[in-house]
Write a protein that binds this ligand. Structure first.
Ligand code: FMN
Length: 240
């Protein structure tokens, strides 16, 4: 454990630029894919864990099969995200509560739950760390690091609203997976890219691929993607 008293004061740029991404059993795994590609394209290292329910939804929505231990083998990550993004990922089983992201001593820039189910959100709001995804979020709260939650549910109950409020009061950014249409999206990838850009902003990550609104009379707010951040096409025929 570091005993350096200056550690907490160090600017974020000097800290480890490792980001933890937790994928849960909410719908919207295209967002997770876009986020992982964008984070890797921005040069960040990623710790990734998928909840058990997340594994089922990932298979259902993205045709990505997660192993029983909660991990996605490298070749499957490469087929899903492209080689560059896959190489940036350190994969953890969600039961691996001894992994570095489970400890506050492992410095990380941000924890991002994308998409975040109402179940995971409730457990994080209650401090109920039953798996690595929830524990990483708990660590972010207690260490006062960035926690970005991308909840996906509709309609929402008062329980959901109360949990969102609780997390917001604890310093988390609540960034619902509710796509905007003011940027005139033409494809699902456009919708995904817009939400991913918002998540990157919340994480303090500025890339040339970030989408900036140029005003109603402005030119297209979407610059061409930075090399390495373009969406990777799905392989033809069959799952990765
Ligand atoms: C196809 C599918 C889509 C789902 N979509 C959502 C959703 O959008 N939001 C949500 O809160 N739960 C959704 N669920 C239910 C969660 O997966 C379920 O509550 C699960 O227990 C959450 O576990 P986790 O929080 O550990 O990932 C979905 C389930 C399935 C099978």
């Amino acid at each position: 454990m570091s005993t350096n008293p200056d550690q907490a004061q160090r600017p974020e740029s000097q800290r480890s630029q490792r980001v933890f991404v937790g994928i849960t059993g909410a719908s919207g795994h295209a967002y997770a894919r876009g986020l992982l590609i964008a984070l890797a394209g921005a040069g960040l290292k990623i710790d990734l864990a998928v909840t058990s329910a997340g594994a089922k939804v990932l298979d259902h929505e993205q045709d990505v099969v997660v192993e029983p231990d909660g991990c996605i083998p490298l070749e499957r990550l490469e087929a899903w995200l492209g080689k560059g993004a896959a190489a940036a990922i350190r994969m953890w089983g969600t039961g691996e509560i001894g992994a570095p992201p489970a400890s506050g001593t492992a410095l990380g820039a941000s924890v991002i739950l994308c998409p975040c189910s109402m179940g995971t959100m409730a457990r994080v709001a209650a401090g109920f760390s039953s798996n690595l995804v929830e524990r990483a979020a708990d660590v972010a709260i207690k260490e006062k690091r960035r926690l970005i939650v991308v909840p996906r549910e509709t309609p929402v109950s008062e329980i959901h609203l109360e949990n969102m409020l609780r997390l917001s009061q604890l310093g988390a950014t609540l960034l619902p997976a509710s796509p905007g249409f003011y940027h005139n999206p033409k494809t699902i990838d456009d919708l995904v890219a817009h939400l991913v850009s918002k998540v990157l902003d919340a994480a303090g990550i500025d890339t040339k691929a970030s989408i900036r609104w140029a005003g109603l009379d402005g030119e297209s707010p979407e610059p061409p993607p930075e090399p390495g951040t373009e969406p990777v096409p799905y392989p033809e025929g069959g799952r990765p």
